[in-house]
Design a protein around this ligand. Structure first.
Ligand code: COI
Length: 354
């Protein structure tokens, strides 16, 4: 990553917690690396970013984020190659998207040089937390919260931008079962579905809990007005393989413009797989499943990477998906990871050395 002229205010941890961590049995997001970054917005500008040891912070109960959920976040990963170099995957996309999300949530945009200098410094200080090996990464969670005190319902005039990091393995360690949404909705037209707004995730917990009680793992959300079109899975975008064609919904104001999603669309094009980015109807997928033409469904996201769906419920009926030779999901996961771990040429210039 190129250096900038930005000076961060750095306080190093007195000692590392790394020896206390069982890296073979990580629960996603439960363990944090030694350092974090925070940067306050006040008096109309972002102040100097601070790197400090990871730890609790104090906020007043009246801080607006607690009352109105004015908060956005990102998910990114750093990977270590065989030569111990650390790489970020398409960090420019996350930077652009956090500011796009912020704009929708009336949060001031964050400066690019602050973002990249902070990532670089965190990855230098905590490089030992990025483990080598298939599936291993350091998950980076930039986020912004509204910190002005006072419960009046208007946008905050103070914010805190933070980056915390967590060593991670696969988010899903086995194929998942899903249900197509028929009752609840994730996002509305003109709403915040395309933003990584914190509330988009919190609002899914209750319907997902109901799905889990039926033995399913995730909901594939449909459009809120008709429930006729399949959109995204909430923690990831979703792809369907009908025959040899790969289908996925176009992004719109309800769907997150996933970095893994757009990378897979590009990899499909590079590898001669026909990819159809058009509205995907529930009817078409259910019919294809009945006729044996639905070969695969897989989810794609930063945390999840690529995860196979082994069946879906719709209208009270569970449809098993076949086990097939050479699934696209496995192919794209490998193609993506080969680039992320710097094992192959990176023809699109997606990776950035930390
Ligand atoms: C990510 O893939 O980084 C996400 O933000 C999904 C998350 C809710 C685990």
């Amino acid at each position: 990553m190129n250096s900038t002229n930005i000076e961060l205010d750095i306080t190093k941890a007195a000692s590392s917690k790394i020896d206390q961590v069982d890296f073979d049995n990580l629960q996603f997001g439960k363990v944090n690396a030694d350092h974090m970054m925070y940067c306050d917005y006040k008096d109309g500008e972002w102040q100097t970013p601070k790197i400090v040891p990871y730890g609790p912070m104090e906020f007043e109960p009246s801080a607006k984020v607690f009352h109105y959920g004015q908060a956005v976040f990102e998910g990114m990963k750093a990977f270590k190659d065989e030569n111990d170099e650390v790489w970020l995957f398409r960090p420019d996309q996350n930077f652009e998207r956090i500011n796009k999300s912020s704009k929708r949530m009336a949060i001031p945009e964050f400066p690019k040089d602050y973002f990249f200098e902070s990532l670089k410094t965190l990855l230098e200080l905590d490089k030992d937390w990025v483990k080598k090996g298939e599936g291993n990464s350091l998950y980076l969670r930039p986020f912004v919260i509204a910190t002005e005190n006072g419960v009046s319902a208007s946008e905050s005039d103070e914010y805190r931008f933070m980056i915390i990091t967590c060593p991670a393995q696969a988010y899903y360690n086995k194929p998942i079962k899903v249900i197509f949404a028929q009752e609840y909705s994730r996002a509305a037209d003109g709403g915040v579905g395309y933003a990584k707004a914190a509330g988009n995730y919190g609002a899914q917990f209750y319907p997902t809990k109901l799905a889990k009680a039926k033995g399913l793992d995730q909901i594939i959300w449909t459009d809120a007005s008709s429930h006729e079109y399949l959109e995204e899975a909430g923690t990831m975008n979703i792809f369907f393989r009908v025959g040899d064609k790969l289908l996925t919904a176009p992004t719109n104001d309800r769907i997150l413009d996933g970095v893994t999603r757009k990378s897979i669309i590009q990899l499909a094009k590079d590898n001669g797989v026909e990819v159809v980015v058009e509205k995907v109807s529930v009817k078409e997928i259910v019919n294809a499943a009945k006729k044996g033409e639905l070969k695969e469904i897989f989810g794609a996201g930063t945390a999840a990477t690529v995860v196979r769906v082994d069946g879906f419920e719709y209208d009270g009926t569970y449809h098993d998906l076949p086990t097939i030779n050479e699934p696209y999901g496995t192919f794209f996961k490998k193609a993506l990871q080969d680039i992320q771990y710097n094992r192959v040429e990176d023809p699109h210039g997606w990776t950035m050395k930390a």
